[in-house]
Ligand binder design. Sequence first.
Ligand code: UDP
Length: 377
Amino acid sequence: MRVKLVCVAGGRPNFPKLAALFRALGTRPERFETCFVHTGQHSDPRMSKLFCEELGLPAPSVDLGVGSATHAVQVAEVMRRFEAVLQSEQPQGVVVAGDLNSTLACALATSKFFRDEPFLFQGMPRRRPVLAHLEAGLRSFDDDMPEEINRRVTDCLSDLLFVSEPSGETNLRREGVAPERHHLVGNVMIDTLLHLKERASRSEVLARLGLEPRSYALLTLHRPNNVDDERQLRTLLDTLDEIAIELPVVFPVHPRTRARLEAARIRPRSDRFLLTEPLGYLDFVKLEASAKVVLTDSGGVQDETTVLGVPCITLRNNTERPVTVTEGTNVLGHTTREGILGAYAALRSEPRSGRVPRSWDGNAAERVARVLEQVFS
Ligand code: UDP
């Protein structure tokens, strides 16, 4: 049987994960047929179209074009449009990744959809497409993060949970997920990082921005808890201004953050702040790899800096990726001036080199593909 898999991406953090999966499935054309659906949750071309091209992703077969909206409207709109895709494609499987609203919406739509014809899964006939979640099991235990709700609900609905780090397995076990449903495969986002690292090293972004390696900090900021609250955003930028006195801060600004900064008329005071548009993947990886320190509230960037061996200060009170702290280069800087400057001072006096977590070896998607082959045989 040739299995039809619909693979869903909603926005920037999903693309590197799917790129790894497409590479692995692409070596098995006789087993899998893929349909790539882009929900359009991030519609900015610098965070979707151009980004996909650099990652070598095929052009999406379907673009749902949902755009920005409130959580409820966005989830509802993705569900409505994705159900029509399920109806026309009649897949045996759907793959979702990470923790976006699109991840949750497509998981929900899939779990209530019945194909016209039954198919065999683990030797049993069924009509509901098999739902697979890449990067399952991560938990921040912070329900004020919309992403945490998306992770929990998606995991609860998924048939196959592909886990990137040991904490994910522990969390799923504690939540009572049957062991045969989850698989510790490693980190598919890191597959793509390792695949493109050499190409990224040839990026000329440092020269373009007038930077020397290890002489700047790289900043990304876009979590709603950090940027939607004006006071919090001001505290963060004021604190980072203090760091900029010592070390220039390169800040590729996420569209959501740019809108908030403009609405609140907040600007970094220091002229050693270098604001840019969101960067392409290769330029961004080059900047990450060459930074003295990375300050971020991104999930993926915590994982990437651990593999690149670059110190990372996470501008949050928690992380759903604890292995980056226990084994990698990540420290929680929290979201206060004292926390961030304290973490910065500690890193300056004793930089962490960390080690790469087991099975973050560039072969996670290959392990995913093998599990898929097995369960659909
Ligand atoms: N990234 C990028 N350009 C940027 C900022 C981030 O290519 O200007 C990449 C980064 O290398 C990582 C991914 O985007 O692969 C992380 O996405 P994001 O921080 O938007 O989402 P999160 O991981 O927090 O869900």
